[in-house]
Design a protein around this ligand. Structure first.
Ligand code: TRP
Length: 501
């Protein structure tokens, strides 16, 4: 496994790029609002447990699957077993879908960064509803990711991550310190965040923590397989995994320290809970109010804060684009430039209706574009994250635990100079039993919750829309499987060596 000319140049470069993929909107926005909805500190504890119990093992599997193949996810899964190659198709399809909606949100962060000095408070709904502006900002955002991915793994992704990730971390720490120094309300915010109230944590909350851990670590969607394929002996599998998980979790926890005190501060002063935490509201409605309240300093903080969120989002979209491009480049033997530009263009085209639909629904517009009662962004999100991602993650573990087998996997790792030491027996048991079981639970309860959601009285009722979405997602899965067996199983799908430098 010699170092390929188009792989990562250094171990730290790989870790930063993978952390860049992992650290994203999920950490800075999803984690805080889910923490709020699920009882604060109790959710945080469950989340951290999920990272340790299922995140670490799954990530190791994915990096390992990519690295041993030095190839895109389809070829990588094929190398484990010819009949599981369809997982690779899934691992390429999911990021393609995510890229289309993630870029819309990325566009929002660009808009909120540049608009910081003019003031963002109260501008969200009008902005989101203004089709053209959303489309333009989305284009700018995709353009930034495009430039980086085009420049290649070493010259683009690694180079960008090495600069952007430290910047992100510094801004986040600074924002957290600032937030903690606001005085009034800080104590209440911290109490909520750090003092567990298990009575507020339901089964759904626990599931939400598991799902969040996966999403946040970019697992079950090819990202770690693709990035892992660009590494060789120079990286240590266990250490790198630990560092990536640590970075990702640290950023999520720090985001809590930045956001809770600030929002509680605002709410205490205004004697209201105007600063709601729900969904999109937290990032683009509540925080702008909080920033505005802080005057000129608030504008500066707002600028850096949204720039940081934008950085987190762009490094994630970079990895989404890379997974898909890698496959296109290697399978169809096209140049990186061609693959990335065509992909970015398609992604942009799809993001247009997604952005418009979200804006319409948020603005409560009649006749808004919805499918199965969801705006397109939520629809894509549910299809990929609730239904498909656990499938892919589950089989990533199962391929190592049952098809290749932990013995062979550990043997290969050892040959590669990667002795797992005391972790080896734990890994073997986890990858075979514990982790797949937990992931299966996420899938089953996730789908159950979709088809039988709770109504306002807390009763489970059948939702035909939920069923529709579920069928759609499994239909997509079936298409992926068929595509694989018809077109890909018996043809070469390329490796990293096929990319011309
Ligand atoms: N982990 C990213 C976040 O926290 C989102 C994400 C999920 C992602 N899956 C991915 C990013 C795959 C890149 C590739 O926001």
């Amino acid at each position: 496994m010699d170092k390929k000319k188009n792989g990562f140049a250094s171990g730290i470069g790989f870790v930063l790029a993978a952390a860049g993929s992992a650290v994203g909107l999920g950490n800075l926005w999803g984690f805080p609002y889910k923490t709020h909805d699920n009882g604060g500190a109790a959710f945080v504890l469950v989340y951290v447990a999920c990272v340790l119990l299922i995140g670490v093992v799954t990530m190791m599997c994915e990096i390992f699957i990519g690295r041993r193949a030095q190839a895109n996810p389809v070829s990588a899964f094929k190398k484990v077993g010819k009949n599981v190659g369809w997982l690779g198709v899934l691992a390429v399809l999911i990021p393609a879908f995510i890229a289309c909606y993630y870029s819309v949100l990325g566009g929002y962060t660009v808009r909120f960064t540049v608009n910081s000095f003019a003031g963002n408070a109260g501008t969200f709904i009008p902005f989101a509803g203004s089709g053209l502006a959303v489309v333009i900002y989305t284009a700018v955002f995709i353009g930034m990711a495009l430039v980086v991915v085009m420049a290649g793994v070493k010259g683009g992704i690694e180079a960008a991550s090495k600069v952007l990730m430290p910047v992100l971390f510094l801004i986040l720490v600074a924002t957290a310190i600032f937030s903690l120094s606001l005085g009034e309300g800080v104590k209440e915010g911290l109490t909520f965040y750090l003092k567990p109230d298990f009575s507020k944590l339901s089964g759904t909350g626990i599931l939400s923590a598991m799902g969040q851990a996966f999403y946040s670590l970019s697992l079950g969607m090819g990202a770690m397989i693709a990035y892992g394929s660009y590494t060789g002996k120079e990286i240590n599998l266990v250490k790198s995994t630990a560092m990536i998980c640590l970075c990702d979790t640290a950023v999520a926890l720090l985001a809590g320290f930045a956001i809770f005190p600030a929002v509680y501060h605002y709410n205490v002063i205004h004697g209201s809970s105007a600063g709601a935490f729900q969904g999109v509201g937290l990032m683009f409605q509540t925080l702008p109010l909080v920033f505005e309240d802080l005057g000129t300093v608030g504008k500066i903080i707002s600028f850096f804060f949204f720039a940081m969120v934008g950085i987190a989002a762009v490094t994630s979209v970079i990895s989404l684009l890379e997974v898909v491009s890698q496959f296109i480049i290697q399978k169809f033997r096209v140049s990186r430039k061609k693959a990335v530009s065509v992909l970015a263009l398609i992604c942009f085209a799809v993001s247009i209706p997604v952005g418009i639909s979200l804006g319409q629904v948020l603005g409560g517009k009649e006749g808004a574009i919805t499918v199965f009662g969801q705006n397109l962004l939520d629809l894509f999100d549910i299809i990929t994250n609730t239904v498909l991602m656990p499938v892919c993650a589950f089989f990533s573990c199962v391929t190592i635990g049952w098809i290749l087998g932990p013995k062979k996997a550990l043997g290969e790792m050892a040959e590669d100079g990667q002795k797992l030491g005391w972790f080896a027996p734990i890994f073997a048991v986890m990858v075979k039993y514990v982790t797949p079981l937990l992931i299966a639970a996420i899938e089953i309860f996730g789908v159950y919750d979709l088809i039988f959601p709770k109504n306002a009285e807390g009763l489970r009722i059948f939702s035909s829309n939920g069923l529709g979405i579920t069928l759609c997602a499994y239909g997509l899965l079936a298409i992926g499987v068929i595509l694989y067996f018809v077109f890909l199983r018996n043809t070469a799908c390329g490796t990293n060596a096929d990319e011309e430098a």
